[in-house]
Ligand binder design. Structure first.
Ligand code: CTP
Ligand code: MG
Length: 213
């Protein structure tokens, strides 16, 4: 049984405002290098999707060009791999404890598909024209993270179906579910937050100082 880590890293990092995020360094290592190093021990191959024309150091990984959206980048990664199982992981999440990866892989082997996620801790509310609207029952809500694991053929079929239907999803678990699949939720980790804004980068810098890369 073979595993690939597929890392979408082709975004432009607009909200962070520092150019393509994959190239941004925290604690002396780029987000991309951190993602590759974290996942490599758990898989047979690592493939990264990079912004077209950007020559980034991706030691330990095969590089391909990404697409205009995350979904397109993941589809290209799926088509570039021949592995039986895949872990999809955002380059923008540089800190993943090993036990999260182990949990996702185990759940994939048991159920076919799994995503790391964290139970929501904050009160959730819908905005009502800029004001505090209806609260959303928090019990049973999770914030979705990566890695997400799948049988490659299942996720590829879902991507092809989504493409044909013009359906867009912000993550692969949602896309598979939309196509009729089931995805197990496994416990993620607060340190696996996505570096999205300058504030996240400050947190990442602080965490990098105590992280064994
Ligand atoms: N991604 C990708 N291809 C795209 C867009 C995004 O591979 N065309 C990747 C990003 O590189 C990132 C992950 O998907 O690792 C999650 O996306 P996000 O956090 O939104 O990153 P960016 O799109 O780069 O940031 P922004 O939306 O602020 O521009
Ligand atoms: Mg984006």
């Amino acid at each position: 049984m073979s595993w690939a880590a597929l890392i979408p890293a082709a975004g432009s990092g607009e909200r962070l405002g520092r150019g393509p995020k994959a190239a941004v360094a925290v604690g002396g290592l780029s987000l991309l290098q951190r993602a590759i190093k974290t996942l490599a021990p758990f898989v047979d191959e690592v493939i990264v999707a990079l912004p077209a024309g950007l020559e980034l150091d991706a030691e330990g990984a095969r590089r391909i060009g990404g697409g205009a959206t995350r979904q397109q980048s993941v589809l290209r990664l799926l088509e570039a791999s021949t592995a039986e199982h895949v872990l999809i992981h955002d380059a923008a999440r540089p800190f993943v404890p090993a036990e999260v990866i182990v949990r996702v892989k185990a759940a994939v082997l048991e159920t076919g598909a799994a995503s790391a996620a964290l139970p929501c801790a904050d009160t959730l509310v819908r905005e009502d024209a800029g004001t505090y609207g209806e609260t959303v029952e928090r019990a049973g809500t999770w914030a979705v993270q990566t890695p997400q694991g799948f049988r490659r053929s299942d996720l590829l079929a879902a991507h092809h179906a989504a493409l044909a239907a013009g359906y867009q999803a912000t993550d692969d678990a949602g896309l598979l579910r939309r196509c009729g699949g089931q995805v197990a939720l496994v416990m993620g980790d607060p340190r696996t937050f996505k570096v999205t804004t300058p504030g996240d980068l400050a947190l990442a810098e602080a965490l990098a100082a105590r992280w064994e890369a």
